[in-house]
Design a protein around this ligand. Sequence first.
Ligand SMILES: Cc1ncc(COP(=O)(O)O)c(C=O)c1O
Length: 400
Amino acid sequence: MKDWIDRADEVIFRTYSRFPLVLVRGEGCRVWDQNGKSYLDMVAGLAVCNVGHCHPKVVDAIREQTGQLIHVSNLYYTIPQVELAERLVELTFADRVFFCNSGAEANEGALKLARKIAKDRGHPERFEVITMENSFHGRTLATVSATAQEKYHHGFEPLVPGFRYVPFGDLEAASRAINERTCAILVEPIQGEGGVHCPPEDYLRGLRELCDAHDILLILDEVQTGMGRTGTLFAHQGMGAVPHVMTVAKGIAGGLPMGAILASEEVASALTPGTHASTFGGNPVAAAAGLAVLSILIDDGLMEWSRGVADHFRRGLEELAARYRQVREVRGRGWILGMELEEPGAPVVEACMERGLLINCTMERVLRFIPPLSMSLEEAEEALENLERAFAQVWGERRG
Ligand SMILES: Cc1ncc(COP(=O)(O)O)c(C=O)c1O
């Protein structure tokens, strides 16, 4: 494997701390490295491959579309883009969709939308957006400024002005932070990169009420929580709250780059011709893949089916937590699960990898489990067994 890794190290920006693994194939919940070793993949492209690797329906949709039309400008209409927008509108609160290519780009567009609608509503002084401590919204200059974690700001100052940070889950703090300059609140329904934190039950609903009272937008960043990951198509649909704007990306096109902004008619109308655009946004191949993803999640029942396996895996994690004093807490919803440790998680991640299990660690101490929703009960059991063996290997006799 060294050869490819050495070659990569010579020519690719050093922006990623990568594992020494060259992956060449994926099928369902498994990926294979160059030497033929297989891994159960609970990273899933970082919450992207929700329908599994190379799902035949996604592969067929991509194959068929690439044979027909790969790309044209958004100066023209394409059929898959219209069909995907129609399906998303049918399945959500939204009336309209803007397509782009990533989560950061979707959030960037939503921030522009929030500023623009404030101006259209006669409030040119409103440009500030309230975001949450520990949040993650992307790596462009505006979204990194929206991300309230200093480690992502370092070296890129001055940040884009107009963001106020408040503690996640604290309705009172959000209320106090609203002033005459505020145009929106941007929040993840569950914080993913920030360590898998779920808010109190009425939090999102309370934020929506606050926004309505102040005539500002509630923007939900569902980039990581969307596309069935929490057991409903979008997390807020299981949390009794409706946003004014939602951003989506990651799993929307089964592994092809795509992002989207969804909004009501009135809100979407603020972005008129010439105010926002994307060369690749809504590309027909990505849109065709997106239609296949929705068909698998909804029509084939994958999303509903996944809830039982996710619950089973969570119970397994809780049993492990009860037996190892190095585990502080298990949290999450559906197939976005976090296990916070008392110590760094990197050695556990490496021990799992040796055993053919890929997991992720965020915020240094939170093991994160975000597999394809197609994970079977047997695969979930296999993952729990390997996780326990990894615990024993790393913590050995310190087992509590
Ligand atoms: C909640 C959330 N928003 C935005 C992003 C950025 O998405 P992208 O990497 O596609 O720009 C991420 C990526 O992890 C995310 O988790």
